[in-house]
Design a protein around this ligand. Sequence first.
Ligand code: NDP
Length: 298
Amino acid sequence: MAERIDGKAIAAGVIETVKTATAELKRAKGVVPGLAVVIVGDDAASHTYVTAKGKRAKECGFHSVQVTLDADTSQEELERVVGELNADPAIHGILVQLPLPGHLDEFPVIQMIRPEKDVDGLSIVNAGKLAVGDLKTGLISCTPAGAMILVRSIHGDDLSGLNAVVVGRSNLFGKPMGRLLLQANATVTMAHSRTADLATVCRSADILVAATGRAEMVKADWVKPGATVIDVGITRVPAPERGEGKTRLLGDVDFAACEPVAGAITPVPGGVGPMTITMLMANTVIAAYRAAGLEAPR
Ligand code: NDP
């Protein structure tokens, strides 16, 4: 039976490090890490995420700001708000909650966030720094940064000699995850919807990372015996057995079938999920240390 990778426990450990680093920064420089989250519109799921981010930021001892804009906010107004946060010295991290309402263009908004405040790591500058292996001055997208900590919890920092397969090639997750694995010396295959014989490709993986949003797509015979399986996917499905109108989350991996085959595996929920907000906090502390002219904690 595979070892279950406990994302909740690992995330709690990272949060303790963030709290300690926050207290140390305040003591040394009188600086409190500041995180601003901008949300546009009324999407219930987005509001849940934003509330969770604000709560966690306060728990870490941050200066936490939430900017809530009406659903009909114009592009100009949104960009004006981001511009103000860019100029605010008390704010070290800015996150614009995605997706934005359909009339807004998210690309220019994300690109205008100052790279040193882009704690979501989604700007071209930060993606480029990761692409050339500059992990010292860039900020890494939160979910892949968190998934990488889970990989390291099993394999350590050096993945030399290991084959890693990432299924999914989004800018948000798949591409940065592939680059992080490569940076750690894994031999990386990027798979996607046009990959031929995906099962065979996946079976070559010592580290299999699934990020497609296709519930339970990865079957037991896709997993190499003993492999580490990181399940990033989240699909909410109806769960009438839990009561009327209830739902539950499914990952991209058929957990019950793959658990006996894998060497280590993340559950959904409780695997990668808890790491994402945690890494947002870690990135904010890193940004605040850098703004204060100190070496960022890792
Ligand atoms: P995207 O929809 O942007 O990308 C999905 C990727 O999966 C694409 O590259 C697509 O290939 C590939 N894909 C889709 N279907 C298949 C298939 N049948 N076979 C092989 N590849 C396939 O999604 P994201 O990367 O943003 O997110 C992926 C999943 O991760 C989602 O479930 C999302 O909810 C979850 N997620 C979880 C987070 C967390 O905190 N745990 C954070 C971020 C995302 P192609 O490019 O060819 O279309």
